[in-house]
Design a protein around this ligand. Structure first.
Ligand code: SF4
Ligand code: SF4
Length: 98
């Protein structure tokens, strides 16, 4: 199997959670749940401090939030994002006309 890197740089993929601070009850479930350290406490707030540590396509923590405060892009938005980046970087399955 090819070892070619089919993924664009992680920082260019805008996939990460967002917290609606108006809804967040600061329970800390997301901080404890995410093993990648995406969330942290800052003062009296819970924030997304390492967004690019989030695994592309994962939404597991969203279901752990008792307040419905966590959101992600839609699957269609993710699909479009990755399509545009694959075209930009010339990776993926589209035919290579040279
Ligand atoms: S979606 Fe997954 S990787 Fe991303 S912050 Fe939530 S639990 Fe962590
Ligand atoms: S799980 Fe939801 S309510 Fe709890 S701290 Fe995280 S975002 Fe806020």
């Amino acid at each position: 199997m090819s070892k070619a890197n089919l993924w664009p740089p992680r920082e260019e993929i805008a996939w990460y959670p967002r917290i609606n601070q108006d809804l967040c009850i600061k329970c800390g479930s997301c901080v404890e749940f995410c093993m990648h350290g995406v969330y942290s406490r800052q003062g009296d707030k819970v924030v997304v401090s390492k967004p690019y540590e989030c695994i592309v396509g994962c939404e597991a923590c969203r279901h752990r939030c008792p307040a419905g405060a966590i959101s992600f892009p839609t699957r269609e938005e993710l699909r479009q994002m990755l399509k545009a980046l694959r075209e930009k970087y010339g990776t993926g399955n589209s035919s290579n006309k040279q």
